[in-house]
Design a protein around this ligand. Structure first.
Ligand SMILES: Nc1ncnc2c1ncn2[C@@H]1O[C@H](COP(=O)(O)OP(=O)(O)OP(=O)(O)O)[C@@H](O)[C@H]1O
Ligand SMILES: [Mg+2]
Length: 360
């Protein structure tokens, strides 16, 4: 059975980068790993060899096995329709429908829900030891946690019957003529599309609802299963606190298993003792050197102090068993395999890989 590691957090804190670094590190320890990335920076995607074609690409590793893919929400939806439609006619009818195009590309929450469908499929395939799931920035990540519930709700028989009831064009027309207000509300609820399109979409989609509902319940269960772990990526800056705590709150309320914080881009304390230069400079020169270096060391010490206060504050609000792993700022941008490897080594040194990978 695959373990599932979900990395969440605010925008730009390093979720995608750390997901990839963790995945690579775990793979090179000899495990079979899949990383599902969301919108990776172009150069990182290139380094991993992934393209937006919805297939997992093998990443060249020194050991183990790493496959990487980036989420293609529309492609995932199309695949689901193709796989579960009862006939080629129904499949083609849905895929060609204008309203379907809106639903699959722009309906709020669909992107997040498709990430969940993809996760479920990867988990069901059962050919990975660990699946690392990157997520969109916090505001959307809340959607992302709610997506399976919302989808299950939408798929409820009751709602379904209500929507299918007027599933003939004339039925919808009657609704439209019967009440402009109701038609207006429906349109806003359902997004753009002509009444004919919407009616036709629901008629075609009827046979697929129960499958969507079942899978959304399965995802809901998987997110809370013992093999799943959430980790929150955050920045050491005091400003990151509110977002991290808001996220933590949602995780706790929803009963998601939370492992701890990956505090990314941490400063490291300056060394307490400096090796004496050799030859030892004369007193006057020595003073000049320390006068030049001291303010920088002070600044660095100050930065670390502020960072540690921010971390302590975070920990004070977290569950007692939450862990903290400090990830240092890399001296250069991380966009190739060597950069990921270096970051992976620091994740290993911090104990994060062993704790989060959870594979023996
Ligand atoms: N430890 C680090 N040291 C140096 N640079 C880093 C580190 N972690 C991340 N970065 C850089 O920060 C930038 C943002 O990282 P990343 O794209 O992983 O963030 P994200 O949380 O996935 O963003 P988004 O919310 O937009 O998806 C990238 O340029 C990445 O290379
Ligand atoms: Mg990202």
């Amino acid at each position: 059975m695959s373990r599932v590691l979900v990395t969440c957090g605010a925008g730009g804190v390093g979720k995608t980068t750390l997901s990839a670094a963790l995945a690579l590190q775990l793979a090179e320890q000899g495990h079979r790993v899949i990383v599902l990335t969301i919108d990776p920076a172009r150069r990182l995607a290139d380094a991993l060899g992934i393209t937006l074609d919805n297939t997992a690409q093998r990443v060249p590793t020194r050991n183990g096995e790493l496959r990487a893919l980036m989420l293609d929400a529309k492609g995932t939806f199309d695949d689901l329709v193709a796989r579960h439609a009862p006939s080629p006619e129904v499949r083609d009818r849905i895929l060609a429908n204008h309203y379907y195009r809106f639903v699959s590309e722009r309906l709020p929450g669909v992107h997040e829900y498709m990430a969940m469908e993809r996760l479920l499929a990867l988990h069901a395939a059962g050919d990975a030891d660990v699946i690392v799931l990157d997520t969109p920035p916090t505001r959307h990540a809340l959607d992302f946690l709610a997506a399976p519930d919302r989808m299950a709700g939408l798929m409820d028989e009751g709602v379904m019957r209500w929507l299918v009831l007027p599933a003939t064009t004339s039925g919808w027309r009657m609704l439209e003529m019967g009440s402009d207000v109701l038609a207006g509300v429906l349109k806003r609820l359902l997004g753009q599309g002509t009444i004919e399109d919407i009616a036709d979409f629901f008629a075609g989609f009827q046979s697929l609802w129960s499958g969507f509902r079942e899978r959304s319940l399965a995802v809901r269960a998987l997110l809370r299963a013992p093999e799943t772990t959430f980790v929150l990526v955050t920045a050491p800056a005091p400003g990151a606190r509110a977002e991290a705590l808001a996220f933590l709150d949602v995780l706790r309320k929803d009963g998601m298993p939370f492992a701890g914080f990956l505090v990314n881009r941490c400063a490291e304390p300056p060394p307490a003792v400096w090796p004496l230069p050799s030859p030892i400079p004369d007193a006057a020169r020595w003073e000049a050197v320390s006068a030049a270096v001291a303010p920088a060391l002070d600044r660095q010490r100050g930065r670390v102090e502020a960072q540690e206060l921010a971390i302590a504050d975070l920990v004070a609000h977290a569950p007692a068993d939450a862990r903290v792993w400090r990830v240092p700022e890399s001296p250069r941008e991380v966009h190739d395999l060597d950069g990921l490897r270096e970051l992976g080594a620091t994740l290993e040194a911090s104990g994060a890989v062993a704790a989060l990978g959870g594979v023996s």
